[in-house]
Design a protein. Structure first.
Length: 212
């Protein structure tokens, strides 16, 4: 005896409804979700890049720029060097010679074995060249011997006239005042040195004055 089922069979020409729901219906939704994530990342990343991109460094303050012609002394009133563009190249600086280097105690170091205090030598050379207008007027030129006494122990710098100058001390007072004022304030702990005190000398040759 043949018993018919209560559920009609699905015709073979039509696909199963469960197969349609499981395969093709979710693919467009996934594509839309991926596109939405990409657009969201772009909208977040572009403003962050524009906000955090490197900014152009600001130009240095004129009061801290040596090449700009203004040098700050002791952090107070800016020092403006008296530079004579025409005369400065004609001023000749002799080599720096270390006359003495000393340490506490009885021992002595020969001058030829002394190291150079480059920071102070460079600073003195710059101060001399920047203040050529402070030099006295002469018909035949002048030679001024400049001595620099540096004590790391006392943290002092003394600059005075040497004996081999061919001008009297009264005529070089203004020159030495300008040079002393142009010397920078040293950071004693960062300056290389092997001894506690140095005496250094240089001779400066000034040309004849055009307006004498």
């Amino acid at each position: 005896m043949h018993v018919r089922s209560g559920f009609p069979s699905t015709p073979p020409s039509r696909p199963s409804p469960y197969r349609q729901l499981g395969s093709g219906g979710q693919q467009p939704v996934r594509v839309q979700m991926i596109l939405g994530l990409v657009v969201g990342l772009v909208l977040v990343a572009v403003p962050l890049y524009l906000w955090r991109r490197p900014q152009q460094a600001p130009s240095p303050d004129p009061a801290e720029t040596v090449d700009g012609g203004v040098v700050s002394i002791d952090g107070g009133t800016p020092y403006v060097p008296l530079v004579d563009a025409a005369a400065a190249p004609r001023v000749k600086l002799g080599p720096f010679k270390t006359l003495r280097c000393m340490d506490p105690g009885p021992g002595k170091t020969p001058p030829e074995r002394c190291d150079h205090i480059t920071f102070f030598e460079d600073a003195l050379a710059r101060a001399i060249r920047e203040n050529t207008l402070c030099a006295p007027s002469t018909k035949t030129g002048a030679v001024v011997s400049i001595v620099m006494d540096v004590s790391f122990r006392r943290k002092t710098v003394k600059i005075y006239r040497g004996k081999s100058s061919n001008l009297p001390a009264s005529r070089t007072k203004e020159l030495f005042r300008c040079i002393k004022r142009a010397m920078p304030t040293p950071e004693w702990g960062s300056i290389p040195h092997q001894h506690s005190r140095y005496v250094v000398n240089t001779k400066v040759t000034y040309p004849p004055s055009d307006t004498f």
